[in-house]
Design a protein around this ligand. Structure first.
Ligand SMILES: Cc1ncc(COP(=O)(O)O)c(C=O)c1O
Length: 414
């Protein structure tokens, strides 16, 4: 491993983003490779939450609505617009990804713009499939032979044969497979269909230029690569061409054209604002804003560049050091065809993960059935040295069979 550790130290020295690591809360003695599930805590978020609780809530009380809170969602949307290179007027934050997805799908179904049938594929995250299943409509599932990548021919044929409203993940949560989004959007358009893209594993990890790719609708988490905090409000995106026909199924007062007129009649706000429902979740928004601002500040070009370097480095070490130890790389081998995590599998993946978590320093990846370990690379704070140490731990764990002292029984989140 020595050569890799030396190379890693050199790469860290040359990393133009290395200073950003100090902008995050430093947990004790751990190598955190789970930013693809829950991003680390930006120090500015810690401060913003203290401020929101003590100053704004504690001291400012109701006056803080006008002074701080009503504008919070718009300022976050402004940064998301930079990150996605897309109009701010098409972006809203507030609900969970699941709720935003429901709102968009419902709105599209009732818009009359597309055939009333739905589609998902087998790489998509379960919540997306569940939400679509909840509509009492024909649901076409495109099932690929493996979870590693989409079979584009199969997907395109499905869209052609069952045109309608599809939901796909920009980057797959399991293998990190990155879809050719622009090509599929064009295909959908030419086949009376629309794809609602789930950006959860993509935003902050890869470039997501929504306008340029012809994306018309999208949703996505802020608690992963955007470091917005546990349960951070997600984003939704709707192209302006769809706004007149796509309506919010939840006619709440915050989506009213004039909520504080307390009118008897519901009159939807113009544009994306109509997708608000109830009172915004101020504390979560306060915690999410700084991480999203940091990503916008650094910019996706620089972040993607570092993510690709991290991914290539990790892949080379795995191919070299873990050869013959029963590991398989399940992510696309071309780094430009995947997002910002690398997934490996092993017959003892669960116990290996437990062993990594218990090691010193703790290596924190996440386990996903059926035997996959995801290694998340967050370019804002992951270092090359951390990756070399993590591979060393993986190697030792399997070489010395130290995972055998852990139970095969699964529990908890990861
Ligand atoms: C791809 C994807 N979509 C949706 C979700 C769920 O988002 P939420 O809990 O905000 O509804 C997740 C959660 O991890 C996810 O990975």
């Amino acid at each position: 491993m020595k050569k890799w550790l030396d190379q890693a130290a050199q790469k860290d020295l040359e990393d133009p983003l290395s200073a950003y690591r100090k902008r995050f809360f430093e947990p004790d003695n751990s190598i955190y490779l789970d930013g693809n599930s829950l991003g680390r805590l930006p120090l500015t978020a810690q401060k913003a939450m203290e401020e929101a609780v003590t100053q704004q809530w504690g001291r400012g009380l109701i006056g803080s609505w006008n002074k701080h809170w009503l504008a919070l969602g718009d300022s976050i949307a402004g940064n998301l617009s930079k990150i996605t290179e897309s109009p701010v007027a098409n972006i809203k934050v507030g609900e969970s990804t699941s709720v935003h997805l429901y709102q968009i799908i419902h709105g599209l179904v009732h818009s009359g713009l597309y055939p009333k049938q739905l589609g998902v594929d087998s790489l998509n995250f379960p919540t997306d499939q569940y939400i679509l299943e909840g509509f009492d409509l024909p649901l076409h599932r495109v099932i690929y032979p493996t979870n590693r990548s989409a079979d584009l021919q199969q997907l395109k044929e499905a869209i052609q044969q069952y045109p309608g409203i599809y939901c796909l993940s920009w980057v797959s949560y399991q293998s990190a497979y990155l879809y050719p989004v622009a090509e599929l959007n064009r295909w959908a358009l030419n086949n009376q269909s629309i794809i609602v893209w789930d950006l959860s594993h993509a935003i902050g990890a890869v470039e997501t230029p929504l306008k340029d790719t012809g994306t018309l609708a999208a949703v996505g988490c802020a608690y992963k690569y955007l470091n917005g905090g546990p349960g951070a409000p997600s984003m939704m995106y709707l192209d302006e061409s769809l706004m007149p026909q796509v309506k919010n199924p939840i006619q709440g007062w915050f989506g009213h054209a004039d909520p504080f007129a307390f009118s008897d009649q519901y009159l939807p706000a113009a544009g994306i604002e109509q997708f608000s429902a109830g009172t915004p979740n101020v504390l979560s928004l306060s915690g999410a804003a700084p991480g999203i601002a940091l990503t916008a500040e650094v910019g996706m070009k620089a972040l993607r560049k570092k993510s690709l370097l991290l991914g290539q480095f990790l892949q080379s070490m795995i191919e070299d050091e873990l050869a013959g130890l029963e590991f398989t790389i399940e992510s696309p081998l071309d780094p430009t065809a995947r997002g910002s995590h690398l997934t490996i599998s092993h017959p003892e993946a669960w116990r290996i993960t437990q062993c990594l978590l218990a090691s010193t320093p703790a290596v924190v990846p996440d386990y996903r059935p059926p035997g996959w370990i995801r290694l998340g690379l967050t370019p804002l704070y992951t270092t090359f040295t951390e990756l070399a140490c993590a591979v060393e731990q993986l190697k030792n764990t399997v070489l010395h069979k130290s995972f055998e002292r852990f139970s095969t029984e699964r529990n908890g989140v990861s």
